[in-house]
Write a protein that binds this ligand. Structure first.
Ligand code: SF4
Length: 125
């Protein structure tokens, strides 16, 4: 499935944090998602609920690490401290750590089309 998604002409994803200053942040475990957002598709759609928006880069990174990742960890049912305590990131060294890669888009990559679709409701983590 991941290989097929990586080869798709169109790729659709959300993000973990979108800064009002323009940076787009994602954290990934397998890193297939961050890799696919960066390169390899004719068009990438990023669908973003208002809950993902933060005022600047530091706030968007904080959100990705302390809100999105812990909630994803709980969804996966791993036994990381963030999932057990349901509060924040502990920058754990757990073998079940879901945060293995961090991506920041400072701007549109030179190849491919990108479209960010803002949705005026809370969507996902
Ligand atoms: S680094 Fe560990 S504690 Fe932090 S969000 Fe990721 S899995 Fe949770």
């Amino acid at each position: 499935m991941r290989t097929a998604a990586n080869a798709a002409e169109i790729y659709v994803s959300s993000v973990n944090g979108l800064a009002e200053t323009g940076e787009i942040i994602n954290i990934d475990g397998n890193c297939n998602r961050v890799a696919s957002i960066f390169y390899g598709h004719e068009k990438v759609y990023l669908v973003v609920g208002v809950n993902k928006i933060a005022k600047d880069y530091d706030s968007a990174l904080w959100r990705a690490r302390n809100i999105a990742a812990p909630q994803n960890a709980r969804r996966f049912g791993v036994k990381t401290p963030c999932a057990v305590n349901a509060d924040r990131c502990y920058d754990c060294k757990s073998p079940e750590r879901i945060c293995r890669g961090l991506s920041v888009l400072w701007g549109k990559p030179m190849t491919g089309e990108f479209e960010v679709i803002l949705i005026h409701e809370n969507l996902g983590y």
